[in-house]
Design a protein around this ligand. Structure first.
Ligand code: ADP
Ligand code: MG
Length: 233
């Protein structure tokens, strides 16, 4: 599903340059649940943003579901992002003046799906995350965990090939984090490919594989026995 080879990325600031990714190689098959772990500043978000086509590497190869991702114009990049990828962020990134249902429906709006179909499909995904009764509420009427569930439904509604989550539990207390990870595990059980960036060891062990980033390279890439989040919720 995902293959990257010798990926490099530097940030330039004036005459200085910070080499963040120094040759990253890995493959993820369809259906994997992978944690990308590393301390703050280790380049996790940089890597995820490249995988999410929100940013471009300086060099190296990236293939997503057999498609080489390189030198895409913004129209094509946006089309691939819609088709292949769903994003989940630490800060939820919901639109405050839109209801939970309208937030979930947004990706379908950009795909020009007719309104009725959009809302019906979005309702289905809100139901999947357990928020059917909250569809008409605004984000500020929801708890942190509920907001993240709305964001997960929004990431799923376009039926992407891969879900990319950047510190999705970073703003949540531990019980709520485990509830959200329980949902992520259930989505992965359905066969979805998911990459979870985290600096938290317990969250990483709820995945099936952990890639450790350190000093710009993969220090360790290990299969782990998955800890089920349901035992904590
Ligand atoms: P992580 O997500 O693991 O905390 P990041 O990928 O956000 O790490 O950042 C890696 C390093 O790159 C950090 O030192 C950060 O300060 C730097 N960095 C990230 N984004 C930028 C940017 N847009 N411009 C300059 N430096 C950046
Ligand atoms: Mg980060």
């Amino acid at each position: 599903m995902i293959e990257i080879k010798d990926l490099h990325k530097s940030y330039k600031m004036g005459s200085n340059s910070l080499h963040v990714l120094k040759g990253i190689n890995f493959k993820a098959e369809a259906g994997e649940l992978v944690a990308i772990m590393g301390s703050s500043g280790s380049g996790k978000s940089t890597l995820l943003n490249i995988l999410g086509m929100l940013d471009e590497a300086d060099s190296g190869e990236y293939t997503l579901d057999g498609v080489p991702i390189k030198n895409l114009n913004e129209t094509k990049a946006a089309k691939y992002r819609n088709k292949f990828l769903g994003f989940i962020f630490q800060s939820f990134n919901l639109i405050n003046y839109k209801s939970a249902l309208e937030n979930v429906a947004l990706p379908l709006y950009y795909q020009r799906i007719p309104r009725k179909e959009r809302l019906a499909k979005s309702m289905k995904y809100l139901e999947m995350v357990g928020l059917k009764e909250w569809s008409h509420h605004l984000p500020n009427e929801l708890s942190g965990g509920q907001k993240q569930r709305v964001a997960i439904a929004r990431a799923m509604v376009g039926e992407p090939k891969v879900l990319l989550a950047d510190e999705l539990t970073g703003a949540l207390d531990s019980t709520t984090s485990y509830e959200v990870m329980d949902l992520i595990q259930k989505i992965n059980d359905q066969g979805n490919t998911i990459l979870v960036v985290t600096h938290e060891n317990d969250i990483a062990h709820m995945c099936k594989r952990i890639i450790h980033l350190k000093d710009g390279v993969i220090e360790k890439d290990e299969k782990v026995k998955q800890v089920r989040a349901s035992q904590y919720v």
